[in-house]
Design a binder for this molecule. Sequence first.
Ligand code: SF4
Length: 468
Amino acid sequence: MESKKKNNFGSLTESIGKFDLRNKIVLIPAMNRTASHLIAATFKGFGIQAEVLETYKGLDLGKKYTSGKECFPCQITLGDILYFLKKEKNKLGDFFNPENYLYFLPTADGPCRFGMYNKYQRMVLDTFPGLDKLRIASLTTRDGYSLEGLIEEERSLDFRKASYLAAVVADVLDRLQWRIRPYEKQEGSTDEFIERSRGVMATTIEAYSFRKEFDKILDKLEGIIKEGTTLIDPAISAKPLIGIVGEIFLRMHVAANQDLIRVLERHGAEVVNASLAEWVNYISYDRIKSAKYDFRLNLNQLNFASSKRYLKSIIKFKADLLYQEYRQKQVYKRVKRLVDLVEDHKIAHLERILEKDDIYSFHLGTEACLSIATVVDCARTGYNGMVNVFPFTCMPSMTTSAIVKPLMKKMRIPYLDVSYDSSIQPGREATIRTFMHQSYQHFQRYGNIRANSNCKISARKNLSVLTE
Ligand code: SF4
């Protein structure tokens, strides 16, 4: 596959957007292995062919067709799609037709570079013969990841609900893995069990999501959790609890973050990573705020037609958020009867944390909103250390670091920034080991939420970070 120079800026509008997914093979990037496969299963349940892209094998291609100024996740995803297309072309020969596929690549409305990934990748694809025919199906944060235009209107709400459930189930499976693995009786048993369970849940979701038989999906999940808890060795005592926040792709992409969770576990940690569903909830929450702002603005200008439009948006996004929070709560309620997994906070709770001490504003947007509030909340409620994971030069994550680092010093909680760009840093392991040593000392002094009787941290729940 050789690239040739060609610029067709019209394709930025014509070949990126909401396209009918029927009769296409939808190509899904593997940001998070569990979530990508369960979301692909949801697509299949709704009669849409879907395939999760192999990831990280095409990184050389991703680097070859970027300049080095792009964010690391852009290089990874570009490499993944080019690698897939190259392999598919070799496999199918003359039968390879790029029009048969849709590349599924969500986007955002700024303020960072994420909003430009799909346009940049479009331009790169257009330089290869025939690949201008491969269209990019893009969900956007601007309309709260609306699925309108991708699937028949009468099924789009059901599809959205089923996809959200798949995301929550993926979060639960991931958290189950991190809950069991540090305490497993037999080394390697957790990974083998989770890999098998991922397949079971994918089959179950594919079979029941279309008919909205969500209880059957949750019954299967309960069975998996019951089996999973038998892998835990009760004789292994609680370990320092480490929270992870940061940029969503790097947090979740095991190869890109050089298997950070496992490295922390090797040095004695139990880890809880921020979830995928939290991000989806944040997008709905942010859309409500934005629609409220536009509603007030237009009302003040006596522009009633626009006010009415924004009022409708407020109602729609509120309905989305209420449904998502209800569904997430329902899943965790069932799960927590069987195992003490950490549950996500409501986004409104995270905003209140920031407002109380005036440390950041949701009006500024980005993942920094979630990361800063989560770090403060975890520091107050029983964690022994916090890690901020991000691609090298990631704007929201550097904002998080600038705000959170002095606060953690004040609260005497070990804190670590780790950035990745695929290079191997010889000093990284020593930094993580030092961080874990500090976290262990914190754990010995204060306990944590796992070592309940010994937890002396949660008493600080309502203290201001500025006075601690
Ligand atoms: S969140 Fe960070 S890594 Fe992602 S596009 Fe924005 S700056 Fe780049």
